[in-house]
Each structure stands twice: as structure tokens, then as C-alpha cells.
Design a protein around this ligand. Structure first.
Ligand SMILES: C[S@@+](CC[C@H](N)C(=O)[O-])C[C@H]1O[C@@H](n2cnc3c(N)ncnc32)[C@H](O)[C@@H]1O
Length: 286
């Protein structure tokens, strides 16, 4: 059986239907408030991800992730939590059969819109629509930190990867954002408050342990740092500050003042955000 055939059809079929006819529609055809909020959140996340993708170091990092996957032409590589699907398109250009999976219908719609020839399915990292040992490569970029139990995703990756298959996990450690700011203590509070709202904010520093515990071998870890000095990442800082505020750790006035400082820095070319990105790679035992 080919790797393509190994994708579970019963999971594939409803995927397209659910995205083409969004569940966001209620029976009378109007979106409910929750769905509208979810769509806005997806759009806001997409604009932050697009801005992050534009820095040259991000493009280099994606290339590095493809090198570490040790791509075998024609083989299936799954990009888990594929978002808007850029890696799927780039992997297709490298001669493999990439499959993007993501649970967010809005992300899948964006992916299909941007890369019409790409293969995308609705699924979670914890329950992937592939048979045991049927996939040669597994990639998850900026995904494990959103999971409540990254261990389950690592075990699921181990289940689907064929002997010798490669896994590459990449992403930021949310406690490790470095932001130049007037108020260092408030900055730490905001960064940590935002981090604490995530399922696994420090998953990136745990990649090695997660991979070893799941039974992978030849585990390697690298750290590459993205540096942003223009206003492109202001929306990310707004998201961080708003989340810290909504979570009750930071008062409205504190968040506003902190963001005003960041806006002034951006306007006067004094903005600096540095984010260390972990890249861990490993093999399924032969
Ligand atoms: C920060 S985005 C990263 C998207 C993409 N990998 C990129 O680098 O642009 C995180 C993605 O993980 C997806 N996600 C959330 N929960 C997930 C889960 N349980 N399994 C797989 N993906 C998930 C989100 O829908 C979102 O597309």
C-alpha cells in the first residue's frame, strides 16, 4: 500500500465538506457571535504568522526544517498544525507528497485558498488520519505549545512514522520572549501572563525530552533567534498584552501604557523583539 493510500478516507471525506460549508453557519445561515469571534481570531493570528514568515531568518529556518526531515522523493510528509499551508507548498516543490492537517476550519480555508493544489485535512495532532508506520516525515511548526498534552502528540507522531522516518518540531518558548521596553518588570509580567494562558508554553525547551520519552532516537536540538526591529510584530505584542489584560494579571492602564511605549519605539526605530526558536529533530527507530 502506498503512503497516499494510507490516509484514512473516512476522515478525509468530511474534511472538504466541513470547510466548504463552514460549521460557522447556523441553520438560518447567519454566523453566531462565537463563530464570528473565532473567525476574527483566526484572521488576526494569520496576519501575525504572515508577518513572522516574512523575516529572512524565518525562511531560512523553514529550509533548515526541510533539511532535517531528510526528504525522500515521493514519500509522504505531514505538516501538523499547518495553518495557512506555506510549508505544504514548499515541501511539494521539494518533490515529496506533503499533507497539511489542522483542526481550524478557517486556517484550512486559507490554506486551500492560497495553495489550491495542496492536500489539507481537518485533524488534530493527537489523532492523525494515518495508519501506523505509514508516513516518512512529520513536521510541526509553532504547534506543540498550544496543545494541552504534547506527550499525546509525540506518541501519535511515533505511531504514524515509518522506521527511520524523521520528525522535526520547531517553535518558540513563550517564557523566553526578549522585548526592549521602558518597564522591564511589567514586560516580564506581561510575557509570563500570556505564556501561562497556553497549554504548554515551554513545550519548545521540552522537545528533546518529549521525543526521547516517545521512543525516538538520534535526537538533536538547535536554537535559532528571530530578531524583529520594525513594527511588523506590534500586532503580536498587542495580542500578548491584551491576553495578559483579559486574564486579569495586568491592569488596562498598564497594558495601554506598555503598548504606547512599544508604538513609540516602533515609530522612532527603537523596537526590538528577539525570539529564540527551538528546532528539534529525531528518527523513528529502524
Ligand atoms: C501558531 S499556528 C502555526 C501554524 C503554522 N504551523 C505556521 O507555522 O504558520 C498554530 C496552529 O496549530 C493549530 N492547532 C491548534 N490546536 C491543534 C491541535 N490540537 N493539533 C494540531 N494543530 C493544532 C492551529 O489551528 C494553528 O493553525
Amino acid at each position: 500500500m502506498s503512503e497516499t493510500e494510507s490516509v484514512n478516507q473516512s476522515v478525509n471525506q468530511p474534511v472538504n465538506q466541513s470547510v466548504n460549508q463552514p460549521e460557522n453557519q447556523s441553520e438560518n445561515g447567519s454566523e453566531n457571535q462565537e463563530a464570528v469571534a473565532a473567525r476574527r481570531d483566526t484572521e488576526a493570528l494569520l496576519s501575525v504568522l504572515d508577518a513572522a514568515d516574512r523575516v529572512p531568518s524565518a525562511a531560512r529556518l523553514r529550509v533548515r526544517s526541510y533539511e532535517l526531515l531528510a526528504l525522500v522523493p515521493g514519500s509522504t510528509v505531514v505538516d501538523v498544525g499547518c495553518g495557512a499551508g506555506r510549508a505544504v507548498a514548499e515541501l511539494a516543490d521539494r518533490g515529496v507528497h506533503p499533507v497539511g492537517v489542522d483542526p481550524d476550519p478557517g486556517m484550512l480555508a486559507a490554506a486551500r485558498d492560497r495553495w489550491s493544489t495542496g492536500e489539507f485535512h481537518r485533524a488534530t495532532a493527537e489523532d492523525l488520519p494515518f495508519r501506523d508506520r505509514s508516513v516518512r516525515g512529520y513536521r510541526a511548526d509553532k504547534v506543540f505549545h498550544v496543545l494541552d498534552e504534547p506527550e499525546r502528540a509525540a506518541a501519535e507522531a511515533r505511531r504514524i512514522l515509518s522506521p527511520g522516518g524523521r520528525i522535526v518540531l520547531t517553535g518558540q518558548d513563550w517564557d523566553a520572549f526578549m522585548i526592549d521596553a521602558a518597564d522591564a518588570a511589567l514586560t516580564r509580567t506581561i510575557v509570563h501572563a500570556r505564556a501561562d494562558l497556553l497549554g504548554a508554553p515551554r513545550a519548545a525547551r521540552r522537545y528533546r525530552t518529549l521525543l526521547l520519552d516517545a521512543g525516538f532516537v538520534d535526537v538533536t536540538v538547535e536554537v535559532h533567534t528571530h530578531v524583529f526591529t520594525d513594527a511588523s510584530m506590534l500586532p503580536l505584542l498587542v495580542r500578548i498584552a491584551e491576553a495578559a489584560c483579559a486574564g486579569g494579571t495586568v491592569r488596562r492602564e498598564e497594558a495601554d501604557e506598555w503598548l504606547a511605549d512599544q508604538r513609540r519605539r516602533a515609530e522612532s526605530d527603537r523596537f526590538l523583539l528577539a525570539v529564540p526558536i527551538f528546532v528539534a529533530a529525531a528518527s523513528a527507530p529502524a
